[in-house]
Design a protein around this ligand. Structure first.
Ligand SMILES: Nc1ncnc2c1ncn2[C@@H]1O[C@H](COP(=O)(O)OP(=O)(O)OP(=O)(O)O)[C@@H](O)[C@H]1O
Ligand SMILES: O=P(O)(O)OC[C@H]1O[C@H](OP(=O)(O)OP(=O)(O)O)[C@H](O)[C@@H]1O
Length: 214
């Protein structure tokens, strides 16, 4: 049987994921400075490096046994995987935001149940939020730089992640509402969790000892 295969997301939580895996005794450091290489085998385990939003896809289909992914992505995709642990890192908030000088107008439009245009990388999360508050929205899906949309009239507001607040501030956007909070999670394929139970639970135990706030 091949070694346990672990999906690591590139981007914002790449470095924290490597640190958590290294702290659990895995040779994840091999992924650092390894250029464009996406598949690594080291110390009896395998690592794949994917786009953050693709981690649950690899794990759900069993192409990876476990993976690290933001809770925001799990809430958006609702993949059929097991969520094993909150790693505490990658803390950010999913918010509704609008241009500062038009924030009042957008607030009133939502309060009066007018249809507002919302740009987002998280269409299901945005739709669910507007359903929960009983308001209507036209969702415009983007794949990045969402903050740009209300600045050029593509939308009136956005649903996006904020961490330090720098991106919102530099684009003169203001938070209207907090939708949820997110941190990085360790997830597992359901079949792998049964078949590789010993390996996955010892990884979980080793990682849990190092979890931020755990
Ligand atoms: N500024 C941030 N600070 C801390 N964590 C963040 C920040 N932005 C996003 N995250 C967390 O890191 C995860 C990956 O975000 P990142 O911005 O690297 O990927 P992405 O470009 O959105 O992914 P994809 O390419 O799959 O669309 C997010 O799902 C979220 O959980
Ligand atoms: O509050 P801050 O610390 O500024 O971080 C928030 C930004 O980080 C993420 O963007 P990312 O860098 O992934 O770029 P993207 O716009 O392409 O998603 C997120 O989508 C925000 O744009």
């Amino acid at each position: 049987m091949r070694g346990l295969r672990i999906a690591v997301p590139k981007g914002a939580i790449f470095e924290d994921a490597l640190r958590a895996l290294e702290a659990a005794g895995l040779p994840a450091g091999t992924l650092r400075g390894n250029g464009r290489r996406l598949f690594h085998r080291a110390g009896g385990v395998e690592f794949i490096v994917s786009r953050p939003s693709d981690v649950p896809v690899f794990v759900e289909h069993g192409a990876a046994d476990v993976g690290v992914v933001g809770k925001d992505v799990l809430e958006e995709q609702e993949p059929n995987v097991m969520e094993l642990a909150d790693l505490g890192s990658g803390a950010c908030r999913m918010v509704l935001a609008a241009p500062r000088e038009r924030a009042g107008r957008v607030r009133r439009a939502i309060a009066h149940a007018e249809v507002v245009r919302v740009a987002t990388k998280f269409p299901r999360t945005a739709r669910r939020y507007f359903e929960e508050i009983g308001r209507q929205a036209e969702i415009i899906e983007l794949h990045g730089s969402v903050e740009l949309a209300p600045l050029v009239g593509l939308s009136e507001c956005i649903v996006d992640l904020t961490a330090t607040g720098t991106t919102l501030r530099e684009n003169d956007l203001e938070v209207l509402d907090e939708i949820s909070r997110s941190t990085a999670r360790l997830i597992a394929n359901r079949g792998s969790y049964r078949l590789r139970h010993a390996e996955i639970s010892s990884l979980l135990t080793a990682m849990e000892g190092r979890i931020v706030g755990g």
